[in-house]
Design a protein around this ligand. Structure first.
Ligand code: PLP
Length: 420
């Protein structure tokens, strides 16, 4: 029998963000539990990043497993065109109740990138349905990341390496710096005024730009973005795909700025990281723009696997856990441990910055380190940590035990100190 590594060397399996010519074979995971990933060779790794920030309750939570198993018996999948089902109806109502303001209308898809695509299409079609032409561009922020599909790529940082080569293929958008300083506030205001007639919306990652470099901003900056978007009559899209479900210390990051965006995107921890599900949620005012006697005014989107019942059952079970277990308190405990544990690294000459917000702790190097070497060093310490660019970060499960978190922080301190 061929092992997964033999197969990947024959390139049947094409891996993400991977130079297939030269990359080392991937590790084979065979089991997960709690905050641990068990490898085929028997090693057990403490996961420092909760599978790309999804596994909020740790792996294999029995409550989510039971909900998915029950749903598997009843109806694993059914098309959503012309049909509905209780797991989706219930989940939509629960999200509407949990989200701020009147973010009440939930459109389900199956990945974060597609949730962003739907948000962009909603914003553009909203203007078309209102009879306003020419409003097709999106104002986005430098250093942002919103996904890998075409529309989502077009609103990512325009200088970011991963998507830059597609530049000519992407819709041209408008970019500004986040308004951290008075000059940046004025620049954003002026750009919105100048470009307003061509803009459909503003998109922002609330409180932390994740894959763009774990860059945090205070709630006042987010409030300024919301205020300026409103002043210029533009809907605000909040991309909470990373920040949603407790990661920044509140259930949703927008809560900390007291804002209600017009459209909000969720995915990742929506199912506690167990199933592929995403949601684009709109306010009543946005939703009403699609109500018409004209069938063509409907939202023209409908992925085959949207609102998959297994995924909705997992998400409902995940919400039970957020309601019944002290996840936000756990996030606060992790935040304090990350701050204490990472702060001593600030004095090292190779460290440019330490940033902590909620259950996110990032170390930025002055120069990009040898990432492969860094990854090997984390593995040698029994930890699963994935540095990128000049950043190494921890975003553990909110349920991680104190010992595992201490072990991760010890590994971070050792590996960063060794990386001159
Ligand atoms: N938006 C944000 C803020 C993200 O962090 C990500 C993924 O990291 C995405 C969108 C894209 O989500 P997905 O990878 O599920 O397509």
């Amino acid at each position: 029998m061929t092992s997964p590594n033999d197969r990947s060397q024959k390139h049947h399996l094409w891996r993400p963000y991977t130079q297939m010519k030269s990359a080392a074979p991937p590790l084979e995971a065979v089991r997960t539990h709690g905050s641990r990933i068990v490898l085929a060779d028997g090693r057990e790794l403490i996961d420092g990043i909760a599978s790309w920030w999804t596994a909020a309750h740790g792996y294999n939570h029995p409550h989510i497993r039971a909900a998915v198993a029950a749903q598997l018996e009843a109806m694993p999948h059914v098309m959503f065109g012309g049909l509905t089902h209780a797991p989706a109806e219930r989940l939509a109502a629960r999200l509407a109740a949990l989200l701020p303001g009147d973010l009440d209308h939930v459109f389900f898809t199956d990945s974060g990138s597609v949730a962003v695509e739907v948000a962009l299409k909603m914003a553009v079609q909203m203007w078309i349905n209102r009879g306003v032409s020419g409003r097709t561009r999106i104002l986005s922020f430098r250093e942002g990341y919103h996904g890998d599909t075409l529309g989502a790529m077009s609103v990512c940082d325009p200088d970011e390496g991963m998507h830059r080569r597609f530049g000519a293929y992407l819709p041209a958008q408008v970019f500004c710096d986040l308004p951290r300083t008075a000059a940046q506030v004025a620049a954003l205001d002026a750009t919105l005024a100048a470009e307003r007639a061509t803009l459909a919306a503003v998109i922002v990652e609330p409180l932390v730009q994740g894959a763009g470099g774990m860059r945090m901003h205070p709630p006042e900056v987010l409030a300024t973005v919301a205020r300026l978007a409103e002043r210029h009559g533009l809907p605000l899209i909040a991309d909470e795909i990373f920040t949603g479900f407790g990661r920044t210390g509140t259930l949703f990051a927008c809560e900390q700025a007291g804002i209600v965006p017009d459209i909000l995107c969720l995915s990742k921890a929506l199912t506690g990281g167990t199933m592929a599900l995403a949601a684009t949620v709109a306010t009543g005012a946005v939703f009403e723009c699609f109500l018409s006697d004209d069938p063509a005014a409907a939202l023209m989107h409908g992925p085959t696997f949207m609102a998959n019942p297994l995924a909705c059952a997992a998400a409902n079970a995940s919400l039970d856990l957020f309601e019944g277990e002290p996840r936000l308190r756990q996030a606060a405990t992790i935040a304090a441990a990350l701050a204490d544990g990472l702060e001593p690294l600030r004095d090292l000459p190779q460290v440019a910055d330490i940033r902590v917000l909620g259950a996110i702790g990032a170390v930025q190097f002055r120069a990009p380190p040898d990432l492969a070497d860094l990854k090997r060093r984390f593995l040698a310490r029994g930890t699963w940590v994935r540095p990128f660019g000049d950043i190494v970060y921890l975003t553990p499960a909110l349920t991680i035990g104190a010992d595992d978190l201490a072990h991760l922080l010890e590994a971070m301190r050792a590996v960063v100190a060794e990386t001159a």
